[in-house]
Design a protein around this ligand. Structure first.
Ligand code: ADP
Ligand code: GLC
Length: 518
């Protein structure tokens, strides 16, 4: 276990090798063993607070790093949505309120902690009811930028108080994207933080955190105003993510394909010139899966366990799923499932149109769990009214039902316009629930077209994001489903894939080591 956990000071210069050179020498001598001090700052983390896949990644990657012996600290907001009793959140002893001055606003925040279930890893929560007791995790409120600046600065300030000197500060999405600039300006000479390297992971380039230029003094980085992108400011905008792209020592995206896509104008969301400028720094590392949480062999949320060698439980889960949703189970009728945030990214408008036409002609059922934009919810509400025996749209959020859909559906459809990684296709592969996906981003990296001649392939990716493309994907899957032996092969090919974090985390580990040598 790292020296810091054994009680030694985490601040270089006290009782550890004092210079960067000291550390480098150690990592060269005993490469595998050198523990890295890692600070994660993120807006979501499973199981505490989750809206999408970012939470799953934070729920797994720091845990994996902790398992590998690194010294890990994670900070997230103490949202009112977090079940404080269940997770036993407690104020951190000895650490009084942290003061943060952002322009004319002063915030006094507490730091609480809880143990990540199933581990002995302590997680820190930034407590500020004024900022984090809202009806949702993300808001469109006028102080949204302040909420996440307070998270970012509270994490850095708490590290100073705890005398925890991170080697790498790993930031996630726009909410924490000003941290690299803060480290290079306000904290450049700080005894605890000056040596930290920053890593920004872009989970979704479309969410950039763009605010009016007038908020600049409220970023707490007013003295570094010259380091902000001046043309953008003149145009009246301040983009958090842009500055992360400009100043982070390392940048990752959550799949290799997406790291390339976002360097093109089509997928670059206006940031592609900057990403191209920094292309030697941009690396795609595919997300992993936490198979402790997502495996049909030991999933507490599903009534019948099953595995690749005995698939009988899957059919029984299908009956249970349909029963739970009020649809009739008919042997031999395939069920297509989906679990998703209902936003433009996910291609649900295309899906509703295509399903409307296919359901008239072909025999299958469709179940959807999700919530989001009103017009998309309306579309699926209408589809359910038109096909009440074939379609069930469960509007809402339910982890339990998400697991049951993975286990009970035969196919899983993800017609995303773009998809930085996507986790549900990875869960689907493990559950033998054959993915039908648009060939984009992480979906393209993880699902291979099934070829009945060679018997290889795991699903049905389609090239063109249009009605013809998606119709082809669904029809190809439905056609193969009719032949049970072929279908079993597609399922088993998918179930044999391994996207575990144990593998993926190694790539982050290597990157953390490289960053320290910068
Ligand atoms: P994104 O992060 O873009 O939403 P991902 O595929 O990476 O997409 O991750 C989505 C995660 O959120 C998955 O774990 C999925 O099961 C979960 N999820 C999304 N919507 C719901 C919902 N309505 N109920 C339960 N889980 C959901
Ligand atoms: C984002 C992306 C999704 C990715 C997730 C976790 O929400 O939309 O594709 O899997 O982050 O990285």
């Amino acid at each position: 276990s790292p020296a810091t956990r054994a009680g030694a000071s985490a601040v270089p210069g006290e009782n550890q090798p004092s210079s960067r050179d000291g550390w480098d020498a150690r990592s060269v001598l005993c490469h595998r063993a050198a523990p890295v001090r890692l600070l994660y700052i993120a807006p979501e983390m499973a199981p505490f607070a989750k809206t999408g896949g970012l939470a799953d990644v934070l729920g797994a990657l720091p845990r994996q790093m902790h398992r590998l012996g690194h010294d890990v600290r994670v900070f997230l907001p103490a949202y009112a949505q977090i079940d404080r009793r269940k997770y036993r959140l407690r104020p951190l002893p000895g650490l009084g309120p942290v003061q943060i001055q952002l322009g004319s606003r002063r915030f006094s925040v507490g730091i609480a902690s809880a143990i990540l279930p199933g581990t002995d890893l302590e997680i820190y929560f930034v407590y500020s009811p004024e900022l984090f007791s809202r009806s949702s995790i993300y808001t469109a409120d006028g102080d949204e930028h302040l909420r996440f600046l307070v998270l970012s600065f509270a994490a850095l300030e708490a590290c100073r108080r705890l005398r925890f000197a991170p080697d790498v500060v790993h930031c996630h999405d726009w909410q924490t994207a000003l941290v690299p600039l803060a480290l290079k300006s306000s904290y450049a000479r700080d005894p605890v933080l000056s040596r930290a390297r920053s890593l920004l992971t872009i989970h979704n380039l479309q969410y950039q955190g763009i605010f009016p230029a007038q908020v600049l003094p409220e970023t707490g980085l007013g003295r570094a105003a010259h380091l902000f992108h001046q043309d953008y400011l003149k145009q009246g905008h301040l983009s958090f993510l842009l500055h992360g792209v400009l100043y982070a020592d390392g940048i990752t995206t959550v799949s290799p394909r997406y790291s390339q896509e976002i360097q093109s104008p089509e997928h670059g969301a206006g940031l592609d010139p900057f990403l191209r400028m920094r292309k030697s720094t941009v690396v795609g590392i595919l997300n992993g899966v936490d198979y402790d949480e997502w495996s049909p062999e030991n999933d507490p949320f599903i009534p019948h366990a099953y595995g690749a060698t005995d698939l009988s439980g899957k059919e029984r889960n299908k009956a249970a799923l349909l029963g739970a949703l009020g649809l009739e189970y008919r042997r031999g009728t395939p069920v297509i499932g989906s679990v998703t945030r209902m936003v433009g990214q996910k291609g649900l408008d295309l899906l509703a149109g295509v399903l409307g036409r296919l359901l008239r002609r072909q025999s299958f059922q469709f179940v959807l769990l999700g919530s989001g934009e009103h017009h998309l919810e309306e579309m699926f509400g209408a589809l359910q009214r038109t096909f009440p025996r074939q379609v069930c749209f469960y509007r809402g959020y339910s982890n339990e039902l998400a697991h049951l859909i993975e286990a009970g559906a035969d196919m899983f459809v993800m017609p995303s316009r773009y998809e930085p990684c996507g986790l549900n296709q990875l869960y689907s592969l493990r559950y033998g629930t054959v993915p039908i996906v648009h060939k984009t981003g992480g979906l393209a990296d993880t699902v291979q077209l099934f070829n009945s001649r060679t018997g290889r392939g795991t699903g049905f990716p389609f090239d063109n994001h249009d009605a013809q493309g998606l119709t082809w994907g669904i029809q190809a899957a439905l056609a193969h489903y009719k032949d049970p032996a072929t279908w079993r092969k597609v399922m088993q090919n998918g179930m044999a894939q391994d996207f575990s974090w144990a593998v993926q985390a190694k790539q982050y580990e290597q990157l953390y080591e490289r960053l320290q040598r910068l």
